[in-house]
Design a protein around this ligand. Sequence first.
Ligand SMILES: [Zn+2]
Length: 361
Amino acid sequence: MGHAVLRGRLTAAAGRGSLPSSVLLHGPRGIGKQRLALWLGQALLCTATDRRAQGDALSACGACVACRYAAALTHPDLRWIFPRPRSKDPDANAADVAREYADAIAERVRNGLVYTSADGTAAIYVATIRALVHDAALTPAMSARKVLVIGDAERMVAQEGADAAANAFLKLLEEPPADTTIILTSSEPGALLPTVRSRVAAIRVAPLSDDDVAEWLRHDRVRATLDAAGVPESDAERVRLAHGAPGTLLGESMAFAAERAAALVDAAQSARSSARYRIALHQGAAKARGSFSDVLDAVTDQMAARAQAAVEQMDDRVARAACVAVAAVADAKTRADGNVNPQLVATALLRALRMPAPSRG
Ligand SMILES: [Zn+2]
């Protein structure tokens, strides 16, 4: 994962007991800050510390139960939050929020693209902050400590009537419980609230070396996604394009997914069946399957936006059709995950994406 020197510094500080309890990892987008934060979390939670001499650097043994849960991102004492689309339920309680994040993380693990950065509208909403403050007060469930990782922390939104939650969060940052470490990450530390910034120890994370980028590019899922997105084929070229921040290459492939989704939605509206079949066939071969799942996510976003717009215009027919389409995309996603050929899935889906003409009010 790279960042070897910084990792050594962090684990040495943790071993001496001098790692600050609230830290901010900041640096350019796409260099693996959240991954680094979660890795540090695993080292802090590893239960094989008995074999460690006093003052030795902490390290994750990789074999204990805590390490295995942490590596699978299912450790109950390693909480990871990041920007999400606005929740349907603004009053969600801590258990609801925990469930929502567990599902979102499980889906990322399934997709093999775990650390993808947040899209434009996602944010960390007040219900999430409230849940985090609530959970920080609990006793650790498995390890001796708790670690809270807050990715893209500048996306925490200040909302009307959220003062109590915001103040409780600032208090938590300033003085976490003795068994708790809080790690924020941000690519835009200047956008953090000054009240947040002044309560954390800022640690700069540098871009990855080209060797580290090359190693990252060797992961099958990463390779397949970049292949499908049409990022230039040669590894050397990809290393050059990444500029030490390979996550940005994936970010571009997400933008490409949104484009393909728009083409799919447009084709569904076309009266000519040849246009529909051409776009369906274009949904590609098996190697693009991971990326087809991204396309379907983007289609969901676009149809949900249409439903919202239709509701605002009180156009019941279009709103109903768009909601049916959203359900059809969810169904298509299940089928695509179940290894059904993307072209077959797309052909069936195109019928469901066809919208009625807007009613004239
Ligand atoms: Zn361990």
